[in-house]
Design a protein around this ligand. Sequence first.
Ligand SMILES: *Cc1c(COP(=O)(O)O)cnc(C)c1O
Length: 393
Amino acid sequence: MSTENTGFNTKLIHGGKFKDKLGSVNVPIYQSSTFEFESAEEGAKCFLGESGGYIYTRLGNPTINALENSIAELEGGFGGIGTSSGMAAVNIVYMALLSKGDHIISSQAIYGPSRGLIEDQYSRFGVESTYINTSDINNIKRAVKPNTKLLYVETPANPTLEITDLKACAEIAKENNILLVVDNTFSSPYLQRPIELGADIVLHSMTKFINGHADIIGGIVVTKTESLYKKLRSMMTVLGCNLDPHQSYMVLRGLKTLAIRIERSQQNAMILAEYLEKHPKIEWVKYPGLKSHHQYKLAKEQMSGPGAIISFSVKGGLDAGKTLMNNVKLAILAVSLGGVETLIEHPASMTHSKVSSQDKLKGGITDGLVRLSVGIEDSNDLIKDLDQALQKV
Ligand SMILES: *Cc1c(COP(=O)(O)O)cnc(C)c1O
């Protein structure tokens, strides 16, 4: 049946309009690089785009398309373009929409490689950039230049969990003829749907919440309009950073439980955030679900829940943080996030190590900041684990 008018949970299970000719309940893995044409005429029609027939997996594949359609539907966009990784998704957006002399505005505390890509690579081709704290909307207004083409934000920010007001961003973007791109990896469409708030493009590292099982790397871009969809899809096919059918199958499987995984993870996250906030050895806790978060209200307005990522600082800075990370037994010391298992990491020396110390400070990434991606374990076990590790600090 059509899932056009159903709720989000029903869309998760039945969305994407995939219908298998043999009646397979699950989307099969079409592990084929190429597809047979019925005739020369039919092949020509496929290339002209006059037939929906498949040609070659880099251009399109039924398993990949099933996933792309599902996520586009969940995000409320026109279409989705699967990519080999989250960074490939970032790349096709930059490559398709930034030319020599163009300017991009983005957040200081953005995913490290998304910034490095602009400053180290696209700068070589004459792309200009301004990195600011986008959680203050006035900073964005001040950064707009005549050649600004993209406003690229991540909210909640990684790892500072600052919130950027997406509706306000969309207004600024519209007024100035700028495209608004949102990296929605931290929230997933279950908690936040930027296109509904005015964004033109949403992208994800599917490696994180969407897949949720720490077993694949993948990305996706969803566009609001057909014209942007066509532009980005053709960029993906020439860059050659397509998803793989098997990878897509894994993500389709993970996607089905997105809502119940996030519900459980954020329930745990709330319990842990409250525990950490009361702990005498903790300097501060940042979590959009805590009333102490200075943007608690905004988070509540634009997200349907605070998510499963907490950042906090142990009193005693880096050394204290390291002691904690070396002594946890249940939480796994690893980068990445959004999986069923709880992960702990140190952004300043790990995910954000390439960011200069000055920019780290400006972006709020202090040496003592610890990032926790909360999984779906029993919360009392997670608390016991943090408790015994904090005793050693
Ligand atoms: C992990 C991540 C990326 C990059 O995704 P990969 O799948 O690792 O290439 C981009 N943005 C955010 C917010 C991420 O967490």
